[in-house]
Design a protein around this ligand. Structure first.
Ligand SMILES: [Zn+2]
Length: 177
């Protein structure tokens, strides 16, 4: 993974030359991390959001079948993506306009819903439940408990990321009152 340039390169939409340098045409690339296919399949970022991801056909299908979107993302990048979503999803209505994914209660973003899934929680979990589930999970897969276990290390990192997303969302809601 080319992480050195990635973080500086972060942003939507990703416009880049596609194909050989001789071809002048610019094609919008798939928003899936690391994918270089043209992104010609728009998909809503959150159930009530007018914002769209632009995926290639394969990744649009993956996304629509509840693709785990944290997978393959470095922690900082996933947080940047979550942050970008939070900014664009500032005001969503309570009605669900999109049925895909089967999630989204109108108050939680797609990232939060996925973070809840990571922690094995329901969409309406309280923050106390979130904290409890996160602690239990972290204890289970903590590097001190499972030294040298790459799978556990990844699970630990994923749980941390999920909790961080949910914690930030909770704080944001508290600030709004
Ligand atoms: Zn793609």
């Amino acid at each position: 993974m080319k992480r050195s340039t990635r973080s500086l390169d972060w942003g939507f939409p990703r416009w880049r030359g596609y194909g050989s340098a001789r071809e002048a045409a610019k094609v919008r690339l798939c928003d899936r991390f690391g994918c270089e296919e043209p992104g010609n399949c728009p998909a809503p970022k959150a159930p009530n959001s007018p914002e769209r991801w632009h995926f290639c056909q394969r990744h649009a299908a993956e996304y629509n079948s509840k693709w785990d979107y944290f997978e393959g993302l470095e922690k900082a990048e996933a947080e940047a993506r979550a942050g970008a979503e939070q900014r664009t999803n500032a005001g969503y209505a309570s009605a669900a306009h999109y049925g895909w994914g089967g999630s989204g209660d109108g108050t939680r973003s797609a990232d939060e819903m996925r973070a809840l899934e990571v922690l094995g929680l329901e969409a309406d979990a309280s923050f106390d439940e979130i904290r409890k589930a996160w602690r239990a999970r972290a204890k289970e897969v903590h590097p001190d408990v499972k030294p040298g276990d790459a799978g556990a290390a990844k699970a630990f990192q994923t749980a941390q990321l999920a909790f961080e997303i949910l914690r930030q969302a909770e704080e944001r809601r508290e600030w709004k009152g």
